[in-house]
Design a protein around this ligand. Structure first.
Ligand code: KG4
Ligand code: ZN
Length: 344
């Protein structure tokens, strides 16, 4: 047996400062400091995110090492999110990772954030745990991205479809905002939908050819619907909140799953996965399970703790890059936008 690889991983692309310590593909610690400062603005304020990352990064890394019971001299490499994300936020994690790697004289592993969401499926709590087999189709749905990714291997991923405007998470967050719900709204829409009728109101499913998505029309559809109702009945949103959330979430999730099914069929893959923050959504998870049961396909959904942003997913990606000798250099700079299939 070869010696275990201990990695420190850092995630700072948006509004979560996170550090994890990995022992090969197992997570020893995964500390997440969520930034509350953005709530009152109804969205992430980039400058405030950078400042909060600066405040959190040292204690979060210290806590991750402490919980993992790992000393810095045991680390084999340091993985960090190189992009995509907010430039100021990324700079905090990248600069910290570079300084620490330089001090410890270990390699750097620059990781693509959306690939990392997909790679979260390969974190194992025990060696018997089933992970997807290659190739599989992954629907990656977060606050900034919505993509159908054909995953050929840990380092070879192909985008076969993506949103041409808003991301699915954005469609849920913006809908929540117009209904007066706190940011981020996705989890609130999910929770409120549990007590609502998904068929009470009808919203128009967007029509886009192929495997691409569009969400901007759906969001406008909801906005006009609410405006119209509100002119006759100012209590409408408050009274019907559960039903509106359930009906809107129903269209969003049906639409996501329909294209995932079509892409799986087209590329002849029988293993389907979800990744990214919106994969925490209960309706989406249930619909994926139902689709796979109907088709005799296999569904993979990451544990809740690895759905939204976390450093363990950066760690597992870094681990596979490390194994294949894909380390970075001091000259790597954060990349605010970075296509997933041009990451390595
Ligand atoms: O991956 P993530 O944590 O950050 C980005 O990389 O964007 O995803 C955040 C997104 C937000 O839009 C949030 O509303 C959504 O994930 N989200 C959910 C749920 N939990 C988080 N959307 C629907 N249902 C949920 N349970
Ligand atoms: Zn994310």
């Amino acid at each position: 047996m070869s010696d275990p690889v201990f990695l420190l991983a850092i995630e700072s692309s948006c509004d979560e400062t996170s550090a994890a310590v990995m022992r090969n593909d197992q997570v020893l610690s995964n500390i997440i400091a969520t930034q509350k400062v953005h709530e009152k603005f109804g969205g992430v304020v980039p400058e405030l995110a950078s400042r909060a990352h600066q405040q959190h990064i040292v204690p979060v890394v210290q806590q991750a090492l402490f919980e993992a019971e790992i000393e810095t001299h045991q680390l084999s490499a340091i993985a960090y999110t190189q992009g995509p994300g907010l430039m100021g936020a990324l700079l905090v994690g990248a600069s910290f990772a570079k300084s620490m790697a330089l001090a410890l004289n270990v390699p750097l592993l620059p990781v693509h954030h959306m690939r990392a969401h997909i790679m979260a499926h390969f974190i194992r709590s025990n060696q018997d745990e089933e992970v997807p087999e290659f190739p599989f189709m992954c629907l990656t749905v977060s606050g900034g991205h919505t993509q159908l990714v054909l995953v050929h291997s840990p380092l070879d991923m192909q985008v076969v479809g993506e949103t041409i405007d808003d991301a699915a998470g954005e469609a849920l967050d913006k809908a929540a905002k117009v209904m007066g719900l706190p940011y981020p709204g996705g989890p609130h829409v999910d929770r409120l939908s549990n007590d609502g009728d998904p068929h009470k109101y009808t919203f128009t499913t967007p029509q886009i050819a192929g495997f691409n998505y569009s969400f901007s029309g759906l969001k406008t559809n909801l906005l006009y619907f609410l405006r119209e109702k509100n002119t006759h009945d100012s209590n409408f949103i408050q009274r019907e909140l559960n039903h509106i959330c359930a009906s809107y979430q129903h269209v969003v999730t049906d639409y996501l799953i329909a294209k995932l099914e079509a892409a799986a069929q087209h590329f002849n893959v029988k293993q389907l996965a979800l990744a990214g923050g919106v994969s925490a959504n209960s309706a989406l998870r249930a619909k994926l399970a139902a689709l796979c049961a109907r088709k005799g396909w296999q569904a993979f959904v990451p544990p809740m703790s690895y759905c939204t942003d976390n450093a363990a997913m950066i760690g597992i990606s870094g681990y596979y890059q490390f194994k294949q000798g894909h380390s970075g250099s001091w000259y790597d700079v954060p990349r605010a936008s970075w296509p997933l299939d041009r990451a390595l």
